[in-house]
Design a protein. Structure first.
Lengths: 503, 315
């Protein structure tokens, strides 16, 4: 009677195994591409939008998905960081730099069918001041008036000449809206762009479909799914398994090398606008003396930090300016070479031996890894940095950014052209230099040639006065299927511009 | 029997109220300003204060709690401060996904644990029993997320048989739904299956030593038939107790597995909302999780009384 026992039990185990194998056997089929070109694309991204309204919700995730794809402005930034025309066919600037005359493209409609005219320009830009609470409504402060002269002629008059505002018009604040399409910005965006939002599920995916009535040249891709991951390994696994086709801006650089040796994929290395910064609280007791800040500059081997945190990818910059900006100064990277002896001398001269400082970092992988190297190097020169990892964004924003309750921090500043923002005395760096602020103001109002020179001067002063230790520029590395063409390499703006991608 | 159920219901209701208060208080003292997160790094202090008023964050905690719980009682979880959409449907969607994932992994765990546990018990003294027992011991030791990563590396990245993650709604594409369910369900269920098989084994071993089993065999039944006819029902009670405890563990495990496989379930939703300090949403999700676990415990308790008549009296 023992035989049936074993048989019964074994039979049930076998049945279970067969059932699970049968399930496993349903392999994932990829979309058939016989003859027809495959115009679908799935992109893997890390930060998910909480909603779709960037007029009132901060963060780079919403503009990344929607800017240039669903929404358009008068001008845009191409992948090299040059301002080019978009909804404006052309524009002229008066000699005093105050009056901008835009000639708009004809026959442009929003995705709801309503026409885009100079009135839309007036409506959209006037809305920024009163209704926007996020993504920098102050960027449009130089605007004094907006006139719709004809349907296709819009005139914008500035109160003071400003070199920066047209650049800012390439970002979220320059977006064109239609009065009929702003009722439900959080879920149903209406723009003039080549795509419309088909579906959106926060934390999961955003599906874009080519707009049926796009005014310009139709994009190659008709269906684009942006899939959101919380884990960089899950993201690269999805690329390796064929679930996604493109990762734009990988965050864990040790995952890159496996793709370099694999001919099924391409690895694109470009420039970002993300300065990974060891922020110094210039207003704190420890660091109000410039010599102590300079000691922090000499104490840190930035190459070593970059090697540890980003596997050596990236660029040593030494200032808040990436090479894609016209006022980039390559010399600043060598302003403070790694020199611990010099650091010790400066600390002694400032009477700051045995210094203990609060090093409050966001709980993000790069910051946690970087802080360990920085802490060890500071210890070499006698600075004891007590590391606290604060939950990001919630607690870090409160404690460090809003309350300035810190001595050192480590964070990436990803906004484009943010050097003058960093110098503002009310900013969390607490750097208070009226001379530098005056130079930035003069630069904004100057003619284009003097603009670049003045920006360079102000940037150099900020570096010389060690207002922060800019460790390195975050590399922009995209990983893509080998057959994808036109994948944007750099990230000069917040947008992930899908219009150039084809197979 | 009625008294037992009534008593359970009172305990259940009290637990829910206490849980809602604890949830609310914990979130009220959590550092981080939801208004500032919404507005970002360019906002001024005045902007943040105005936003806090608009979000109702400046009201006293007791008012906020009563306002919240009052609406929840009529089925209104409120509006997310981030997505500005009603929270209820989001929670319902995510709960549906998590429940499917957890129940599938429970079924897989049982399908594995029951035959495996019985086999290792029956073959306790044989070398095969020892080997099988060792295998389940390894299963106990491997954490779910590691099992998940290993499964992804093998079946998604190397063999490309199954997707590495994500979720497909069964109504949209049933085949795709199954494909996306297999790996996370196995990853989540494997550890529980291994743990459960140990309990099945010891429960069966205990039962096999009982007097009624000896009587059954003395009457002429073989080991197998005696076990199936009389033993398993008795062995089921301790196994059900463990299963009940494991379901809570599975819900927690699902949070991690959902992360590994990028599944938009309740765990993912909870972590996203905590990061964004979307307090109405977090409160709603935690409350739903608590109620879910309590309801399951309640159902398991009821199941006991069905399986074992001895538990029907209100002792």
């Amino acid at each position: 009677m023992r035989a049936p026992t074993r048989r019964t039990i074994l039979a049930s185990i076998t049945a279970t195994l067969i059932a699970s194998l049968a399930l496993v056997g349903c392999s994932t089929g990829t979309a058939s591409t016989d003859g027809e070109p495959d115009t679908t694309l799935t992109v893997g991204l890390l930060a998910t939008p909480g909603n779709l309204d960037y007029t009132t919700t901060a963060g780079a995730a919403i503009p990344q998905a929607l800017l240039y794809n669903v929404y358009e402005g008068l001008v845009k930034l191409d992948n090299d960081g040059t301002i080019i025309s978009l909804l404006a066919k052309s524009w002229t600037v008066s000699d005093d730099g105050l009056v901008y005359d835009f000639v708009l493209n004809e026959g442009v409609t929003f995705s709801d069918g309503s026409p885009f005219t100079a009135d839309s320009v007036k409506f959209s830009l006037e809305r920024v001041k009163d209704n926007w609470t996020a993504n920098g409504p102050a960027y449009l402060d130089p605007i004094a008036s907006i006139e719709a002269i004809t349907d296709t002629d819009a005139r914008i008059t500035l109160s003071i000449p400003s070199n920066g505002w047209l650049f800012n018009m390439t970002g979220p604040v320059g977006t064109m809206f239609t009065e009929a399409g702003i009722a439900d910005l959080a879920t149903a965006p209406v723009g003039t762009g080549p795509y419309t939002v088909r579906s959106f599920k926060t934390g999961d995916s955003l599906v874009l479909a080519a707009s049926a009535n796009y005014w310009g040249e139709a994009p190659y891709l008709t269906d684009v799914t942006l899939r959101y991951f919380t884990d960089a390994t899950a993201q690269t696994n999805a690329l390796l398994s064929g679930d996604i086709n493109l990762i734009s801006g990988i965050s864990q650089f040790q995952l890159v090398d496996q793709f370099k040796s694999n001919s099924d994929y391409q690895v694109l290395e470009g420039a970002s606008t993300g300065e990974v910064t060891l922020s110094i609280n210039n207003a704190s007791d420890a660091f109000s003396d410039v010599r102590v800040r300079q000691a922090v500059m000499y104490a840190i081997d930035r190459q070593a930090v970059m090697d540890t945190v980003s596997s050596g990818y990236g660029l040593l910059i030494g200032s808040m300016v990436p090479p894609t900006d016209p006022w980039y100064d390559a010399e600043l990277a060598d302003l403070y070479p790694y020199d611990p002896a010099q650091a010790t001398d400066l600390l002694a001269a400032a009477g700051m031996s045995d210094l203990t400082v609060a090093f409050k970092i966001p709980n993000l992988p790069y910051a946690v890894a970087g802080a360990q190297v920085v802490k060890a190097q500071l210890a070499e020169v006698g600075i004891n940095a007590e590391v606290t990892a604060l939950e990001f964004p919630a607690v870090w924003l409160d404690e460090v950014f809003a309350d300035h309750d810190y001595d050192l921090s480590l964070i990436m500043h990803s906004e484009p052209r943010d050097v003058s923002v960093f110098a503002a005395p009310t900013y969390y760096a607490g750097y208070d230099s009226p001379a530098v602020m005056a130079k930035f103001a003069a630069a904004d109002a100057a003619d284009p040639a003097a603009y670049v020179a003045l920006m360079k001067e102000a940037t150099r002063t900020m570096a010389e006065e060690a207002s922060a230790n800019w460790l390195y520029l975050q590399p922009a590395i995209s990983l893509a299927d080998a057959d994808l063409l036109g994948v944007p390499k750099n990230t000069p703006s917040l947008a992930l511009d899908l219009s150039t991608i084809a197979r | 029997m009625v008294l037992v159920i009534l008593r359970r219901i009172v305990v259940f209701a009290t637990t829910v109220v206490v849980a809602s208060i604890v949830t609310f208080l914990l979130l009220a003292i959590l550092p981080g300003n939801a208004a500032r997160i919404a507005l970002g790094v360019q906002a001024t202090e005045a902007d943040v204060a105005a936003q806090a008023t608009a979000m109702g964050l400046d009201r006293p905690p007791i008012v906020r709690y009563l306002d919240w719980i009052g609406h929840v009682l009529v089925g209104d979880f409120g509006t997310s401060t981030v997505s500005r959409q009603p929270i209820g449907p989001d929670i319902a969607d995510a709960l549906g996904i998590t429940v499917i994932l957890v129940l599938t992994s429970v079924v897989l765990a049982l399908l594995f644990a029951i035959p495996f546990g019985i086999l290792t018990a029956v073959r306790q003294r044989g070398p095969d029993g020892a080997i099988l027992s060792g295998i389940s011991q390894i299963g106990v030791a491997v954490p779910g997320f590691l099992a998940g990563l290993l499964l992804v590396t093998l079946f998604a990245v190397t063999l490309r048989w199954l997707p590495a993650g994500g979720w497909v709604d069964p109504a949209d594409d049933f085949g795709g739904f199954i494909e996306h369910l297999i790996l996370p369900a196995i990853a989540l269920g494997s550890v529980q299956g291994a743990v459960l098989s140990r309990y099945v084994r010891s429960a069966v071993l205990d039962v096999m030593r009982d007097d009624f089993m000896r009587t059954a065999r003395a009457k002429g039944l073989g080991t197998a038939r005696a076990l199936f006819r009389h033993g398993l029902r008795n062995a089921a009670v301790p196994v059900m107790t463990v299963l009940d405890l494991q379901i809570a563990t599975l819900l927690i495990g699902a949070v991690v597995i959902e992360r590994v496989f990028s599944i938009p379930g309740l765990g993912s939703l909870l972590l996203d909302k905590v990061a964004l300090r979307d307090l109405p949403a977090v409160q709603g999700i935690v409350l739903v999780l608590v109620v879910f676990v309590l309801v399951l415990n309640f159902l398991v308790d009821l199941a006991f009384t069905v399986i074992d008549p001895r538990l029907r009296s209100a002792s």
